[in-house]
Design a protein around this ligand. Structure first.
Ligand code: BES
Ligand code: MN
Ligand code: MN
Length: 464
């Protein structure tokens, strides 16, 4: 790649300015009050792809938010890279905890980002990482170095479960046909420890409702004599883990793919300091499933976590009341080869079975998806590895992540192609949290590394 460093240093202010403009639009897919902003963001992404050099860019309608499709096809005999990303973002709540407004991006230095980081909702997940690909395309087109065909598919419903994407993908198999899928929507270990994500966890997300008496009751007149749905819900949730922090749902672990001792030993080589981890989170101990390390617990092992719990009186002061209903939202992170529909069903059966007399229980499945692992002996992985080696000066470490991008397993099934997860964020970038940010260095490093992936992947495909 000629002049990539020079091109970036000459254009970096504009690259930042353009991303900042995109980050100003609050494309919150979960909240219908922002639907026009989500649509405006799709338009902005479309324009950016046209400007960057795509020959065709279309907004494809779905039953939900649209998909921005772009392409630059230079030669049918050359390989095709399909870039996937998402332009929607998580709600910024709790807004009070942001040090600057979530949709007024600012650049500030941090300990881990001495060159500055862009603070805004979506900076890292995923507008910033998606936009690296738009700028990498601009570079390759402007300097006449695009080595292969490229397609873009940027969606607007990732943060709410990509419900309309599987229909879209199965209806557009020909259009989306590719040799490799490239996604930057994950992270890496540290700026001086590059890594490539080789696995994602699956997900089953459910909501539960426990109903006791038919109305809220005076907790003195009725307390002790009727089942209190909040007490019961707390008990039921507590029973979902045993003393070793194993999940107690019968059959939950039946299909879990166990790693060999060699694989676990390989994983343990990745640099990690439990002390630094605890310090960063201000916790005085690790916690989790017995027999596994922190890095295993958050990547190769399944989990069950309450994400929200409510019921009864939570306003100011005290109100003596036994609520009629209690609720919780629960996520289960799954690993290969757990099937998310099967796990959802096992959860439902178990949760209904453990409900004591005196309450009624409802389990409402939300969304889910399969986990993913990718081998490293493929052209795609090797090309990515070489690209990182070129720009970071170090071979990247393959690493399984704990997060989920359910569409990845679907791509493999529907389009029969592998996905390469080239993420440039850090775990500490606070995605989904207040003060989300993305390092300026990481943003520019991504723009620098992506064109090398295109080059090496095309070379490898040509030589076989
Ligand atoms: N980009 C994240 C997933 C991610 C982040 C994977 C970091 C690996 C490392 C994605 O936008 C996301 O938030 N996914 C959701 C699942 C989705 C179905 C709502 C998640 O993991 O909670
Ligand atoms: Mn994301
Ligand atoms: Mn996300």
């Amino acid at each position: 790649m000629q002049n990539i460093k020079q091109y970036i240093s000459q254009n970096k202010d504009r690259f930042l300015k353009e991303l900042i403009e995109l980050l100003k639009i609050p494309s919150i897919s979960a909240d219908s009050a922002f639907s026009q902003d989500v649509l405006d963001t799709a338009e902005a992404v479309k324009k950016s792809l046209e400007k960057a050099g795509c020959d065709l860019v279309e907004i494809h309608e779905t039953d939900g938010y649209p998909i921005v499709y772009g392409e630059k096809l230079i030669d049918p005999n050359l390989p095709t890279v399909l870039v996937y990303g998402h332009y929607d973002v998580q709600p910024p709540d709790p807004v009070d905890l942001w040090n600057s407004p979530p949709f007024e991006p600012i650049i500030k230095k941090t300990e881990l980002h001495p060159d500055g980081a862009i603070f805004a909702r979506g900076a890292c997940d995923d507008k910033g990482q998606m936009y690296m690909h738009v700028k990498a395309l601009e570079f390759m087109v402007n300097t006449d170095q695009l080595p292969c065909n490229v397609k873009f598919m940027i969606e607007g419903e990732e943060e709410v479960g990509s419900n309309n994407l599987s229909t879209y993908v199965s209806l557009n198999k020909e259009k989306l046909k590719n040799d490799i899928i490239l996604i930057s929507d994950t992270g890496m270990i540290a700026n001086d420890v590059p890594s490539i994500t080789t696995g994602l966890r699956g997900l089953s997300y459910v909501e539960v409702e426990v109903t006791g008496p038919n109305r809220d009751l005076h907790s003195g007149l009725y307390g002790g004599a009727v089942a209190n749905p909040i007490n019961i819900l707390a008990k039921m949730i507590a029973s979902l883990h045993d003393g070793n922090n194993h999940i107690t749902i019968p059959g939950f672990y039946d299909t879990v793919q166990e790693l060999s001792d060699e694989e676990r030993a390989e994983m343990a080589k990745a640099p990690f300091s439990l002390e630094a981890y605890q310090k960063a989170l201000d916790i005085d101990s690790d916690y989790g499933e017995k027999g596994y390390t922190t890095n295993e617990r958050n990547s190769i092992r399944p989990t069950l976590d309450v994400n929200g719990i409510w019921g009864g009186y939570i306003g100011e002061g005290a109100k003596t009341v036994i609520a009629s209903k209690a609720y919780a939202k629960i996520s289960m992170r799954l690993v290969p080869n757990q099937d998310w529909r099967e796990i959802t069903e096992l959860f439902k059966q178990h949760f209904e079975a453990i409900a004591p007399k005196g309450v009624k229980v409802k389990v409402k499945p939300h969304h889910g998806g399969q986990g993913y692992v990718t081998p490293i002996d493929t052209d795609g992985y090797q090309a990515a590895s070489k690209a990182y080696e070129t720009t970071f000066g170090k071979k990247p470490i393959p690493q399984r992540s704990g997060g989920s991008i359910p569409i990845v397993s679907l791509f493999e099934k529907e389009l029969d192609s592998k996905t390469i997860l080239m993420g440039f964020g850090l775990d500490s970038d606070a995605i989904h949290s207040p003060n989300e940010h993305f390092g300026v260095w990481n943003y520019l490093k991504g723009i620098e590394t992506i064109p090398y992936f295109f080059q090496y992947f095309t070379e490898m495909k040509k030589s076989c």
